[in-house]
Ligand binder design. Structure first.
Ligand code: NAP
Length: 276
C-alpha cells in the first residue's frame, strides 16, 4: 500500500506508540501522531523525513479536536486511516464507582472517539474511501467483575461502530473495531483509576482490583504484535469488521456468543410470542 496517511490518537504510549513507531518506519506512509504532551512524541524525531506530523490533542476537549483535524487537513489532502486509540480504564465494582470518574471515562473512550470521527467524516465521504479503526476491547465481547463501566464504554464503541459501518459501507469507507485482550501497556497502571471495594459484600473482588495492574503488566498481550496485526488488517484487501486479539478475546468472545445463542434459542417461544 503506498501513499496512505494514517492519523492515530494516543501515541504517547502503548498500542498508539507501537503503531506510530511501525508506521513511521514504513515506506509510502504519512503519519499524523497525536498526544497530549509534545515531549511524548520526541521518539518519532529519528524517523521523520517530512512524512510525520505531530499534533497535540486532548480527545476530551471538543475545541482541541476541531483544531487538530484542521491541522491534519492542512498537512495532508486526505486522512486514509483514522485510528481512535486514546483511552483509559477504571477498576471498581459498579455500585462503588465514582460517577464523575465514569463520566470522564465515557468522555474519552466514547465521545472523544465519536467527535474525532465526526470531524473527519466529511473528508472520508468526499474521497469515498478510507478506514476508521476504533480500539475497543475484549471486554466489549465478554465481561469481568470490577470492569463494568469500562466494558460499558467499549460496548458503546461497538454499537456505535457497527452502526457507522452500515452507514459508511455504501460510500466505500470501512469501520474496523479491534478487541485486544490484556496487553503490556500503561493502561492498567497510569491510565486507570481504581476503587478498592469497601462494601463487605464485594470483598471477594478486593484482590482482583489490587492485582489488576500487575496482572495486565504480565499478560501475554504484546503491544508490538498487536500494532502489527492492526496494520496488516487495515492493509488486507479483505479487512475484517472485528479483530479480537489474543487468547482471552478469542475464547471469551466465542464463549459469550455461544452462551447468548443457547439462551436465545432456549427462550425462543417467549421471544416470538410478542408479535401479533
Ligand atoms: N492494554 C490493554 O490491556 C488493553 C486491552 C484492550 C483495549 N485497550 C485499549 O487500547 C487503547 C490504548 O491503550 P493502551 O493499552 O495502549 O494504554 P496506554 O499505554 O495507557 O495508552 C493510552 C493512550 O491514551 C491516551 N489518552 C488517555 N486519555 C486521553 C485524552 N483525554 N486525550 C488524548 N489522549 C488520551 C494516553 O495519553 P497520555 O499519555 O497523555 O495519558 C495514551 O497515549 C485504549 O483505548 C484502551 O482502552 C487496552
Amino acid at each position: 500500500m503506498t501513499n496512505q496517511t494514517w492519523m492515530v490518537t494516543g501515541t504517547s504510549s502503548g498500542f498508539g506508540k507501537e503503531l506510530a513507531l511501525q508506521l513511521a518506519q514504513k515506506t509510502g506512509i504519512q503519519l499524523i501522531a497525536t498526544a497530549r504532551k509534545e515531549s511524548d512524541l520526541d521518539y518519532l524525531d529519528q524517523y521523520d523525513h517530512g512524512q510525520i506530523k505531530k499534533i497535540l490533542v486532548d480527545v476530551a476537549k471538543s475545541k482541541e479536536i476541531q483544531r487538530a483535524v484542521q491541522e491534519a487537513l492542512a498537512f495532508t489532502e486526505q486522512v486514509d486511516v483514522l485510528v481512535n486509540n486514546a483511552g483509559l480504564g477504571y477498576f471498581s465494582t459498579i455500585e462503588e464507582s465514582n460517577m464523575a470518574t465514569v463520566r470522564y471515562m465515557f468522555e474519552v473512550n466514547v465521545f472523544g472517539l465519536a467527535e474525532m470521527t465526526k470531524a473527519l467524516l466529511p473528508q472520508f465521504r468526499q474521497h469515498r474511501s478510507g478506514t476508521i479503526v476504533n480500539i475497543s476491547s475484549a471486554l466489549a465481547l465478554t465481561t469481568l467483575p470490577t470492569m463494568g463501566f469500562y466494558s460499558a464504554t467499549k460496548y458503546a464503541v461497538e454499537g456505535y461502530s457497527d452502526t457507522l459501518r452500515k452507514e459508511l459501507a455504501p460510500l466505500g469507507i470501512h469501520v474496523l473495531t479491534v478487541e485486544p485482550s490484556g496487553a503490556r501497556t500503561n493502561w492498567a497502571g497510569s491510565s486507570s483509576q481504581k476503587e478498592l471495594p469497601q462494601i463487605t459484600d464485594y470483598a471477594n473482588f478486593q484482590q482482583m482490583v489490587e492485582t489488576m495492574d500487575e496482572g495486565v503488566t504480565k499478560s501475554p498481550g504484546n503491544p508490538k504484535l498487536i500494532a502489527k496485526a492492526i496494520i496488516e488488517a487495515v492493509e488486507n484487501p479483505d479487512t475484517p469488521d472485528h479483530l479480537p486479539l489474543g487468547n482471552f478475546a478469542y475464547k471469551g468472545s466465542l464463549e459469550n456468543l455461544r452462551g447468548l445463542t443457547r439462551e436465545i434459542e432456549h427462550y425462543k417461544d417467549i421471544s416470538l410470542s410478542t408479535d401479533d
